[in-house]
Design a protein around this ligand. Sequence first.
Ligand code: ZN
Length: 203
Amino acid sequence: MVLFAHSCPACDAADAELQAGCEANPSPGRRGFLAAVVAGVGVLAAPPAVAQVWGGRARALGIRRLQTGENFSGVYWRDGRYDRTALDRLNWVMRDPGMAEATPMDPRLFDILATVQDRVGSDEPWLVTSGYRAPETNASRARESRRVSRVSFHMSGMAADVQLPGRSSVGLARSAAEMQLGGVGVYRNSGFIHLDCGPTRRW
Ligand SMILES: [Zn+2]
């Protein structure tokens, strides 16, 4: 099995810059997300563009994890709510490949992935090189490279680094940025883009 040593120092740096002002509250996104999960998954508000694209249609998503070959393809949201069984499967595929258990992702990330996939009219699954990143994984990478930050939306279950077969990273990033769904980073050399459900920004 080939393990992809992809890193996204640029998105880590951008995340760090964004969260630098939150030292007293080091992980506001995660904290708010967990509170929302406790209150019920359906309470999270997706970006307005998500509802504009989907309307009342069931939301479907296809992803494949490069490191494990595991995939998900199907509906994860219907009749106004997220499907918990589908979220469990998505969380498993998006887990840190070094971990034997899944961590809940912020489901708004799945809305972003599904909406971009739908908007560009692709039937191909997203190829995921990085989803949830465990603090241990991030710490070891930070030791290897000074450019990897200690904080990252990946560690909050709010980010993914992805590629869509047959589509350029620049074109995908442009489509995602136009919809103002969250954070968008482009990696021209690797062909991957970083998407997160943090504040709308681009790099
Ligand atoms: Zn990233």
